[in-house]
Design a protein around this ligand. Structure first.
Ligand code: KIV
Length: 244
């Protein structure tokens, strides 16, 4: 699984053969430049979701429910999920949390909308955690995570994301569940997800241990833009064949 947020990138990611495209609320960070995922709105998630769905021919598309659109009110959660399904034509939605949001998960599922869970580090709860460091290193938190993972599977989630937890715990959860468990900063599980801007090396400041960069697009883009500026200033571009 990889994230995408726009038509052109999603088309390439889909053509490259990815199984699942996540329209993550990480769009708040990498597309809009916000410090956290909290500010992104439902309308903005729908815009990104629709742009991705327009491009995709084969991958499964999952759209994140944004912060404040499903917590504490299962009716609101259902209407959020229905708006996303109707206005983006995505295949499924994802939301963060376990027992505290289970009523919302169940209500969304009852409308026939597939739900992917998300446990471990949950960026929408950054103000509760206070840090983006590894979660569930202590036994009490690890036990709650296992219980929540089983609960999400039991009510009908079709897959689960585990973010930034010890590999040993990831392996234990993956062994205990039948649904696919997808890790980000979590080894020992069934699949992996990365933010596309991070793995392509577009983002430059973000270098957590779990991130493998498959390219250095930041340098390539800056090189190409610099080349263009030089060519326009020198009069080399456009040449005779490049004008009418
Ligand atoms: O928003 C996102 O990109 C995510 C992934 C990090 C799993 O939730």
């Amino acid at each position: 699984m990889l994230t995408s947020y726009d038509y052109s990138m999603a088309k390439l990611v889909d053509q490259a053969g990815i199984d699942v495209i996540l329209v993550g609320d990480s769009a708040s960070n990498v597309m809009a430049g916000n410090q956290t995922t909290l500010p992104i709105t439902l309308d903005q998630m729908i815009y990104h979701g629709k742009s991705v769905v327009n491009a995709v021919q084969r991958a499964l598309v999952v759209v994140d429910l944004p912060f404040g659109s499903y917590q504490g009110n299962s009716r609101k959660a259902l209407s959020t999920a229905i708006r996303i399904m109707k206005e983006t034509a995505t295949d499924a939605v994802k939301l963060e949390g376990g027992s505290e949001v289970i009523e919302s998960v169940e209500r969304i599922l009852s409308a026939g909308i597939p739900v992917m869970g998300h446990l471990g580090l949950m960026p929408q709860s950054i103000n509760k955690f206070g840090t983006y460091s590894v979660r569930a290193k202590e036994e009490v938190e690890a036990e709650k995570l296992i219980t929540d993972a089983k609960l999400l599977e039991e009510v009908g989630c079709f897959a689960l994301v585990l973010e930034k937890i010890p590999a040993k715990l990831g392996e234990e959860v993956a062994r205990a569940l039948r649904i696919p468990v997808i890790g980000i900063g979590a080894g020992g599980v069934d699949g992996q997800v990365l933010v596309i801007h991070d793995m392509l090396g577009i983002t430059q400041q973000f270098s957590p241990r779990f991130l493998r960069r498959y390219h250095n697009l930041a340098d390539e883009i800056k090189g190409a833009v610099g080349h263009y500026i030089t060519d326009v200033k020198s009069g080399d571009f456009p040449n005779e064949k490049e004008q009418y």
